[in-house]
Design a protein around this ligand. Structure first.
Ligand code: ATP
Ligand code: MG
Length: 339
């Protein structure tokens, strides 16, 4: 077998764009899984600032300023820097080089057909003015995953077509070199792989303005729950209400520790007699409890940003070595001229 050797533990690579503070969608979609798997896996987290630039070229400051925020969010949810390596994407030049090589193995038509890209282009209103970098970010993401030789990628549902696209590149490269140069990866979806926004929008998203950040204050949490989309036809407490598509219940499914109590509330809501305010108060209490320890840990790390910077520097060093190794192997196995 000529696959570039992985460590004994399976390798995880996943990450987030530093376009804003991480939110509850990240938490249930991916962060909880990362915390759970960091003991059994070799785990790398990528703060994807280069990818964030593909739709934020005019707002570099936003991307730059959110790098440390994302790092703090990781630490706040329980990512242990002794077990997980945090890497800044723009500090790993081998990824850019790999991505450039991979560009030759993907067609523009395939990128345009990618369902995630289609949805995101529509959401951003790019129409025909899509930055080339944005259209090609799935290729860069393939470089990220394979650069770390990852086989497991814990992500939200929106990312699944990107992992598929990455595997297509891997298969082409392996076929071309007549051997398994790079491993394929599997998207690991959580129980709640797509948390809707508080406005009922299909996905809670930093760019959508419909998120509850992990760093939200108690007042911000209350305000967000008050604003949450419920059943617009549930006008009086006594009216029967819809649970499907009702964000408050979706969040209870995702966060309530007592799911039996949630099922009872759903039945009560459906037959009428349970008011939105009461359900919202119940949810708010739960969210306050989930987020309080995260906020406290965040504040503790935020008081020592020197330590956080040191972690990022060490992570970049480690990530540079690993991704350079992959790049060297890929170039060699593809048969590029060697000096
Ligand atoms: P942006 O709007 O800038 O794209 P985002 O909120 O979509 O930001 P990303 O950084 O693109 O966040 O996503 C990071 C990871 O979190 C991905 O694995 C993504 O699938 C997951 N994720 C993001 N939002 C949700 C959500 N609402 N539910 C489940 N998973 C999510
Ligand atoms: Mg996104």
């Amino acid at each position: 077998m000529t696959t570039i050797s992985n460590a004994q533990r399976p390798v995880i690579l996943t990450g987030d764009r530093p376009t804003g503070p991480l939110h509850l969608g990240h938490y249930v979609g991916s962060l909880q899984t990362r915390v759970a798997l960091q003991d059994s896996h070799e785990q790398y987290l990528l703060i994807a600032d280069s990818q964030a630039l593909t739709d934020n070229a005019g707002n570099v400051a936003k991307v730059r300023d959110n790098v440390l925020e994302v790092a703090l969010d990781y630490l706040a949810v329980g990512i242990d820097p002794g077990k997980t390596t945090i890497c800044l994407q723009s500090a790993l030049p081998a990824l850019a080089e790999l991505s450039q090589l991979f560009m030759n193995f993907v067609t523009v038509a395939r990128l345009e057909r990618n369902p995630t890209i289609k949805t995101e282009i529509a959401a951003r209103g790019f129409e025909r003015d899509v930055p080339a970098g944005f259209l090609c970010y799935p290729v860069a993401q393939a470089a990220d995953i394979t650069g770390f030789r990852a086989t497991v990628v814990p992500v939200g549902e929106d990312q699944a077509p990107l992992i598929e696209q990455s595997n297509e590149v891997v298969r082409r490269i392996n076929r071309l070199s007549g051997r398994t140069v790079l491993p394929e990866a599997t998207a690991l979806l959580s129980r709640c792989a797509r948390l809707p926004g508080i406005d009922g929008g299909a996905k809670m998203s930093k760019s959508g303005g419909n998120a509850i950040p992990l760093s939200a204050s108690p007042d911000e949490i209350s305000a967000a729950v008050r604003e949450m989309y419920t059943d617009p036809n549930h006008l009086r407490v006594s009216d029967p209400g819809e649970v499907e598509g009702n964000v408050v219940f979706t969040y209870l499914d995702a966060f309530a520790p007592d799911q039996a109590a949630v099922e009872e509330m759903k039945a009560h809501y459906r037959r009428g007699g349970l008011g939105d305010m009461k359900v919202k108060r119940y949810l708010e209490e739960i969210l306050q409890e989930v987020l309080a320890p995260i906020r406290d840990r965040r504040a503790a790390y935020a008081s020592d940003m020197g330590y956080v910077m040191d972690l990022l520097r060490a992570g970049a060093q480690c990530g540079r070595e690993r991704t350079q190794e992959t790049l060297d192997q890929v170039k060699r196995r593809l048969g590029l001229f060697e000096l």
